[in-house]
Design a protein around this ligand. Structure first.
Ligand SMILES: *[C@@H]1O[C@H](CO)[C@@H](O)[C@H](O)[C@H]1NC(C)=O
Ligand SMILES: *[C@@H]1O[C@H](CO)[C@@H](O)[C@H](O)[C@H]1NC(C)=O
Ligand SMILES: *[C@@H]1O[C@H](CO)[C@@H](O)[C@H](O)[C@H]1NC(C)=O
Ligand SMILES: *[C@@H]1O[C@H](CO)[C@@H](O)[C@H](O)[C@H]1NC(C)=O
Ligand SMILES: *[C@@H]1O[C@H](CO)[C@@H](O)[C@H](O)[C@H]1NC(C)=O
Ligand SMILES: *[C@@H]1O[C@H](CO)[C@@H](O)[C@H](O)[C@H]1NC(C)=O
Length: 494
């Protein structure tokens, strides 16, 4: 029984099993978008911005990068693909969209590429990693970037994780010589050229990160097909003097020197290098550094406190004060919704929003299809659910400011209701800057010598106008901000 639970704990990390799922999906007249409905509950004043998620579940519909507004209306649906880390980041001083897309393995990691889009949704960079990696099935992949991290650094480089299958002597943890394990790597990559600037391997630091300190039991793992996931590196970012990495399977964050050696370890189990009696976290994700000086820093993290086989406590968002003069760590913030105990067994993130001066935090619950926003005092202000709780996951979920004017045109579809009347449906996938539609009648399919009919306030993703007494069966619609025209649709016929 114990062995079964342990092997379940690695195979269930990212796959969702055959859980029944009848969550409702939205459909539209103007195109094939089918996002899951998102149920938004507000209990306080929310910050501006949009909700970014990349859900995946048992239903093929809605497995895509999705942006919703604070009312739960769809703003953007990307192509149907498995994504992670869909969000806005700053690159060369501009807001860009970044996300990973690729194959998620049942073993709890993935192979894919990182896509970077500008504010017209044009793909300006595609980042791939094409080193020599061994895979569980022995087959090569086009790019070895793992799903867990795609972080743009202040020096405009990209930090990504990568998992390699490698043979190692596992006798010290009760295994055999020459068994297979996963080494956790991270890479810093020059975005325009895909050149590797820096790489790190956890196994190369075995003296300071000993295998016997892993909290992940070997169980039935140890073959090439089912390698032992010793570390489970799931976040990395640059710091003033190196990097900070999160190793989920060590319940620890590590501050790394520029040469890759460990400067310090903060463990959620026993503090490790720190005196930390009130600090407790486990199976964590998304470690982020704030306010770093040589005397200390703030470390934020998503404390899963659960894995598929083990429950420590409810999942929370934590801010830890790390005092580097006295090597003491204390809990500054430990955020959760007291009316909704969420036990997230995998994935998740804790975002200190920071944009536009915000003091709010935003939590993606990973294996549980929910995100929540909290105010500066840790009070819940928003909950949004986008799938059946155990049947849909989003690796992370973010709230981001975003302004986009797509390179594609708005779409209009007309449905005749009588000889000279029609319902016109209008949408512009991804556009954030329009607030109304101007509707025109046109003399013919080829003439844009149009006559203004009326304007219609934007109502969510798709707006409907009921038109009557039309002189011609040709219509054109223009997305506008106030009186300012932004972009016209094709002339359509009903
Ligand atoms: C991955 O592991 C294999 C051995 O299993 C090794 O040959 C290869 O160099 C490793 N790749 C990297 C990037 O370390
Ligand atoms: C790691 O292992 C050492 C023994 O090598 C032990 O003293 C220490 O408590 C362990 N740390 C954790 C966090 O398990
Ligand atoms: C954080 O909050 C959770 C939920 O209230 C609680 O179970 C846990 O003990 C708290 N942890 C710390 C370190 O305060
Ligand atoms: C960083 O410090 C500022 C000023 O003391 C504080 O307002 C802010 O909350 C800190 N950031 C975090 C993430 O704790
Ligand atoms: C955020 O908190 C800081 C420090 O408490 C405060 O100075 C600032 O006005 C707050 N910002 C917002 C947008 O509430
Ligand atoms: C109308 O048609 C002319 C000629 O084809 C074109 O230059 C102009 O951009 C069109 N205007 C709109 C609003 O589509």
């Amino acid at each position: 029984m114990v062995a079964w639970l342990l092997s379940a704990s690695c195979t269930l990390l990212l796959s969702l099993g055959a859980v029944a799922d009848n969550w409702p999906f939205e459909t539209y007249s103007t195109g094939p978008w089918t996002p899951p409905q998102i149920q938004v509950t507000k209990t306080g004043e929310v910050d501006p911005g949009y909700i970014f998620v990349g859900p995946r579940g048992n239903q093929e519909a809605g497995t895509a990068a999705l942006i919703y507004d604070n009312n739960g209306d769809l703003v953007y649906q990307g192509p149907n693909e498995v994504t992670s880390n869909f969000r806005v980041q700053k690159l060369f001083g501009r807001d860009v969209i970044t996300f990973w897309a690729g194959d998620m393995m049942d073993l709890g990691f993935g192979y894919g590429a990182v896509h970077i889009l500008d504010d017209t949704y044009k793909e300006i960079y595609t980042v791939k990693l094409q080193e020599h990696f061994l895979t569980p099935d022995g087959k090569p992949r086009d790019s070895y970037i793992d799903l867990h991290e795609s972080h743009v650094t202040p020096r405009n480089t990209l930090l990504v994780t990568a998992y390699n299958v490698t043979q190692h002597d596992l006798t010290e943890i009760g295994g055999k010589p020459g068994q297979y394990m996963l080494d956790s790597h991270f890479y810093e990559i020059d975005i325009p050229t895909n050149r590797i600037l820096y790489s790190w391997s956890a196994l190369e630091q075995e003296a300071e990160i000993p295998l016997h300190n892993s909290t992940q039991a070997l169980g039935d793992a140890g073959s090439q097909e089912t390698p032992w996931d010793a570390y489970h590196l799931n976040s990395v970012e640059t710091t003033n003097h190196g990097f900070v990495v999160s190793l989920r399977h060590y319940w620890s964050g590590y501050y790394l020197n520029p040469d890759g050696s460990v400067k310090w370890q903060l463990s959620g189990k026993d503090g490790a290098d720190f005196d930390a009696p009130d600090v407790a976290f486990s199976w964590q994700h998304d470690m982020r550094v704030f306010n770093e000086t040589d005397e200390g820093l703030v470390l934020n993290l998503f404390n899963n406190a659960n894995n598929p086989a083990e429950r420590e406590s409810v999942s929370t968002g934590m801010s830890l004060n790390v005092d580097l003069k006295n090597y003491k760590a204390t809990t500054m913030r430990n955020v959760s919704d007291p009316n909704d105990d969420v036990y997230s067994v995998s994935q998740g993130n804790f975002q200190f929003m920071g944009h536009e001066g915000s003091n709010h935090t935003f939590m993606g619950y990973g294996s549980i299809a929910k995100v929540k926003e909290f105010d500066v005092n840790g009070n819940l202000v928003l909950t949004a659910q986008f799938g059946q709780l155990d049947a849909t996951a989003s690796y992370r979920g973010y709230k981001c400011g975003w302004r986009a004017t797509p390179f594609w045109n708005p779409v209009a579809v007309a449905k005749r209701t009588s000889d000279n009347a029609a319902n016109v449906f209008m949408s512009w996938n991804g556009a954030t800057e329009y607030d109304n539609w101007a509707v025109y009648s046109a003399p013919s399919k080829d003439s844009n010598d149009t006559t203004f009919i009326d304007s219609y306030k934007r109502t969510g993703f798709e707006t409907k106008a009921s038109l009557s007494n039309l002189d011609t069966p040709y219509i054109q619609v223009v997305a506008r901000q106030g009186d300012k025209p932004l972009r016209a649709s094709e002339i359509i016929n009903f």
